[in-house]
Design a protein around this ligand. Structure first.
Ligand code: PHE
Length: 346
């Protein structure tokens, strides 16, 4: 009886190892541990056993049953785990998205040039101002000594929203706005980057919308030599330490005297080439001493304060620096052009 039970246990355990599915496991249980199974059979055989041996045999049989049930339980949870893992693997959905690649942008060449100009003038103690693109006729013309019938208005025809409201033709109205804002003849230095508009037929060198940087310095004893010295320093920082500038007489109603500033041609170094039309010089801005009338209209006393102003064409400078031959390239956002500027360091 004892050996029989041992053999039975060994067989049952061995068979359990080969069970691979939950159904087969159920069948195994019925076969070995069920009411009509082998163990029940063995227990029934106990009645044949000698009465003195019976309790021990009964105990033995119970132990075998406990061990087999324990083994069964372990096998089942093992298989259930495996089955669940299999099911989960089959049902698994990858809910993660590929990371979005982000194209790294770059400053637009015009923006880059503005930034560079700003950096230089901020280094000279200027602050950066802005003004509205939709401007009053008063600030754009009137307050700059260009009354309604002034012939110089013809060169700056623009888009009118009403007889008194227009798209500004230059950044100079911010001169008038700042003079009016600052009081008591206080000195200041500002630069004003911004977009301006004119009635113009677009071609390689003209655009109905373009960009300027205005500069204005006001204070006691400001002289034309200050204007020239500062613009020379600017040109050297912007285009190179060996730069040179020259002033040519010009006319603006809001400055007196007025001038255009040329820099030495950065292509030929001054010997003459196609870009500078064989003059060796290239014009980059208009400038002059602030007209006393403009100071007056701005609430400044021209006996106490003088000043100088300049207005730079940003496209002009950018075309020069990067050899861009058509101003329209700056506005159409052609990636083939913009990508060429992605390496510009800030
Ligand atoms: N506003 C002038 C222009 O658009 C440039 C300028 C600015 C000239 C300041 C003198 C002083 O052409």
């Amino acid at each position: 009886m004892e050996e029989k039970m041992e053999a039975f246990e060994a067989r049952a355990l061995e068979s359990l190892q080969t069970v691979e599915t939950l159904e087969a496991l159920d069948a195994w249980r019925v076969m070995y541990l069920g009411k009509k199974g082998e163990l029940a059979n063995v227990l029934r055989g106990l009645s044949q056993v000698d009465a003195t041996q019976r309790p021990r045999m009964g105990q033995l049989a119970n132990d075998v049953r406990d061990r087999l049930e324990h083994a069964f339980g372990e096998r089942r949870s093992l298989m259930e785990d495996a089955e669940r893992e299999k099911r989960e693997a089959a049902e698994a959905i990858d809910v993660t998205l590929d990371a979005r690649t982000r194209a790294i942008g770059a400053p637009h060449p015009l923006q880059f040039v503005i930034q560079k100009i700003e950096d230089i003038f901020v280094g000279f103690g200027f602050t950066v101002e802005e003004g509205p693109e939709v401007e009053l006729d008063y600030y754009n013309f009137e307050a700059l000594n260009l009354p309604k019938d002034h012939p110089a208005r013809d060169m700056q025809d623009t888009f009118y929203l009403s007889p008194d409201v227009l798209l500004r033709t230059h950044t100079s109205p911010v001169q008038a706005r700042t003079l009016l804002r600052v009081e008591n003849n206080q000195p200041f230095r500002i630069i004003v980057p911004g977009r301006v508009y004119r009635r113009d037929d677009d071609d390689a060198t003209h655009s109905h919308a373009f960009t300027q940087v205005e500069g204005l310095v006001v204070g006691a004893g400001i002289r034309m030599s200050d204007l020239k010295g500062m613009l020379l320093s600017f040109a050297r920082e912007m285009f190179g330490a060996d730069q040179d500038v020259r002033l040519r007489p010009s006319y603006f109603p809001f400055t007196e005297p007025s001038a255009e500033l040329d820099v030495r041609c950065i292509y030929c170094g001054g010997s003459g080439c196609g870009t500078c039309k064989h003059t060796g010089w290239i014009e980059i801005l208009g400038c002059g001493m602030v007209h006393p009338r403009v100071l007056e209209m701005g609430g400044y006393d021209p006996q106490v304060c003088t000043g100088f102003a300049f207005g730079m064409g940003v496209e002009r400078v950018a075309m020069l620096m990067y050899q861009v031959e058509d101003v329209r390239h700056f506005y159409v956002n052609d990636l083939r052009l913009l990508r060429q500027f992605s390496g510009l360091a800030r």
